[in-house]
Design a protein around this ligand. Structure first.
Ligand code: PEP
Ligand code: MN
Length: 342
């Protein structure tokens, strides 16, 4: 349930409501409900004991939350959530461009590619230091050395970076370096990991599981939020279907559907959805057209040498081309994309 306070409610009144929620054995979460301060209640089975909260001073009303996900629901937070993550602002309607190599392969390769995307207007860098690979014989990532390299790329370009957290044993280390923690598609329902990452309190990029429904995705976001994450961005990266012409099927319908029920920003990864260079730009533009708040794009200047996902990486010129066309699409939609470059 959601306890909505009067607009002139005092801090003492809010504190009393939170104490009562704790006394009832539930958990209180600060939320904003239009112009009013509000307190989201989790841990309760239904809203039948709302009478114990309704009579408290400063309380305007107590409303039940009908969705199984609470903190991620628009019922609790009617406006879009907006987060500033190291200067990249998600959720305003403008499109955030996140780009970089799929994997951190070496310092030289990472600095080179990160500089390329920074010069072309990216607002955030991407790159995996810990890689979830289908084959145990494939490159598994550089681990902490990769994080050090990403930190150097941030220093050189001035841009924040997002990188994947693979397991609980390395989560705190990744959080020490990264501006945003990525939960990959294969881990979307690793609930132990979600709880641990939630506790770290860092911004999270949660990729939709490759066969996850909208509700399952938001329940995973709820795990993060219930354990301490206050900034969660969802990423649609294509799902498994009977189609085999692309690596995955980009589920465009997911974007407006998610926005309808949730206040969380959602971005699109056109690289992992398409799996092939030639269809990355169309997937990216479709994502923008559907209302995505950002893009997560693989870029490589020597894709034939890439240790991971070379075939889907855009070449530098293609990345410039994407920025150029996307700017036009965004302008037609009254939005912007990327940083101004000279
Ligand atoms: C990635 O973004 O590097 C990645 C592994 O993506 P996904 O989890 O969507 O497969
Ligand atoms: Mn990849």
């Amino acid at each position: 349930m959601l306890v909505i306070m009067e607009t002139n409610a005092t801090e003492a009144q809010i504190l009393r409501v939170k104490e009562r929620i704790n006394e009832m054995g539930y958990t209180a979460h600060d939320v904003q409900w239009h112009a009013n301060k509000a307190i989201g209640v989790t841990g309760n089975k239904g809203a039948e004991d709302r009478v114990y909260l309704e009579g408290l001073p400063g309380v305007l009303k107590v409303v039940p939350i009908t969705r199984p996900y609470k903190l991620a629901s628009r019922e609790v937070h009617p406006e879009n959530s907006v987060y500033n993550i190291g200067g990249a602002v998600f959720g305003t309607g403008d499109v955030v461009m996140i780009a970089g190599p799929c994997a951190v392969e070496s310092e030289e390769q990472t600095l080179r590619i990160c500089q390329i995307v920074a010069d072309r207007g990216a607002q955030m860098l991407r790159g995996g230091a810990y890689k979830p690979r289908t084959s145990p014989y494939s490159f598994q990532g550089l681990g902490e050395k990769g994080l050090e390299i990403l930190a150097k790329a941030r220093e050189v370009t001035g841009l924040p970076f997002v990188t994947e957290v693979l397991d609980t044993s390395t989560a705190a280390t990744v959080a020490d370096y990264a501006d945003m923690l990525q939960i990959g598609t294969r881990n979307m329902q690793n609930f132990i990991l979600l709880k641990e990452v939630g506790k770290l309190g860092k911004p999270v990029l949660l990729k939709r599981g490759m066969s996850a429904t909208l509700e399952e995705t938001l329940m995973s976001a709820e795990y993060l939020m219930a354990h301490g994450s206050s900034e969660v961005v969802i990423c649609e990266r294509g799902v498994r279907t009977f189609s085999s012409h692309a690596r995955n099927t980009l589920d465009i319908s997911f974007i407006p559907a998610l926005k309808h029920v949730s206040h969380l920003p959602i971005i699109v990864d056109p690289s992992h959805s398409s799996g092939q260079r030639y269809s990355v730009i169309p997937h990216a533009l479709a994502g923008i057209g559907a209302g995505a708040d950002g893009l997560l794009v693989d870029v490589h200047d020597r894709p034939e040498e890439a240790l991971c996902d070379g075939p889907q990486a855009l070449l530098p010129d293609e990345f410039s081309e994407l920025m150029k066309i996307a700017k036009g699409v965004c302008a037609a939609m009254g939005k912007s994309i990327g940083r101004e470059t000279d």
